[in-house]
Design a protein around this ligand. Structure first.
Ligand SMILES: [Zn+2]
Length: 112
C-alpha cells in the first residue's frame, strides 16, 4: 500500500502562436502545459515540490518535456510557468502540521 508519494496537478495550458514544432515544422501548433507536483501522505497534500511541464504538438502529437524543448519554446514555457498559480489546497498538510505544532507548543506552555 502506498501511503506517501507525489502527484501532479494540471495548472494551465496555452497554445503557443509563435513556436514552431521541431518535429513537423508546423507553426502555432504547440500547446504548452504547466503542472505542479506536491508531496502527499495518506492522500493529504503536504506541500508543492515544484512545477514541470510539457508541450504537445496538435498536428503531429509529438510531446516535448522541458529538458527537450528548444530554447525559444522553453522561454515561452517559463513565462507561462511563472504566470501559472498553483492551488492553495496543495498546502493543506503543511497548514495542518503548523496548527499541530502551535497547538503542541501552547499545551506545553499551559502545563508548565
Ligand atoms: Zn508537430
Amino acid at each position: 500500500m502506498i501511503i506517501y508519494g507525489s502527484k501532479s496537478v494540471h495548472l494551465k495550458s496555452e497554445r503557443s502562436e509563435m513556436s514552431v514544432c521541431p518535429n513537423c515544422g508546423t507553426q502555432g501548433s504547440l500547446v504548452l502545459s504547466v503542472y505542479r507536483r506536491h508531496a502527499h501522505i495518506f492522500w493529504i497534500p503536504l506541500f508543492p515540490i515544484g512545477k514541470k511541464g510539457l508541450s504537445q504538438c496538435q498536428h503531429c502529437k509529438n510531446v516535448l518535456y522541458t529538458k527537450e524543448m528548444p530554447t525559444p519554446i522553453r522561454k515561452e514555457f517559463n513565462i507561462l510557468k511563472n504566470k501559472a498559480k498553483g492551488p492553495l489546497w496543495q498546502f493543506v498538510g503543511l497548514a495542518i502540521l503548523l496548527v499541530a505544532i502551535v497547538w503542541a507548543a501552547l499545551s506545553v506552555k499551559l502545563q508548565g
